[in-house]
Design a binder for this molecule. Structure first.
Ligand SMILES: [Zn+2]
Length: 80
């Protein structure tokens, strides 16, 4: 799939992440997008993109991530 048309499913488990589906799953999806440079393990001058559901992110990276409660100002910024 071209990078300019992001998938609406988790790249790992294929869970539907379309906003018109389960809105809570779509809201918790994590998109990774970055450009690579010289000596990158992803190759030089590439665009790396991935969309992951919260379940796969937790399974793959959970042991390496810290989880802390939001501060008051972060809670307000995180409220639609
Ligand atoms: Zn997934």
């Amino acid at each position: 799939m071209p990078l300019n048309t992001p998938p609406k499913a988790c790249n790992c488990c294929r869970r539907d992440l379309a906003p018109d589906g389960d809105i809570f799953e779509a809201q918790e999806a994590i998109q990774i997008s970055f450009l690579t440079g010289y000596a990158s393990v992803f190759g030089d001058c590439n665009h790396v993109y991935g969309l992951f559901c919260q379940h796969c992110l937790h399974e793959l990276l959970g042991p390496y991530l810290r989880t802390e409660p939001l501060q008051d100002d972060q809670t307000q910024a995180n409220t639609p």
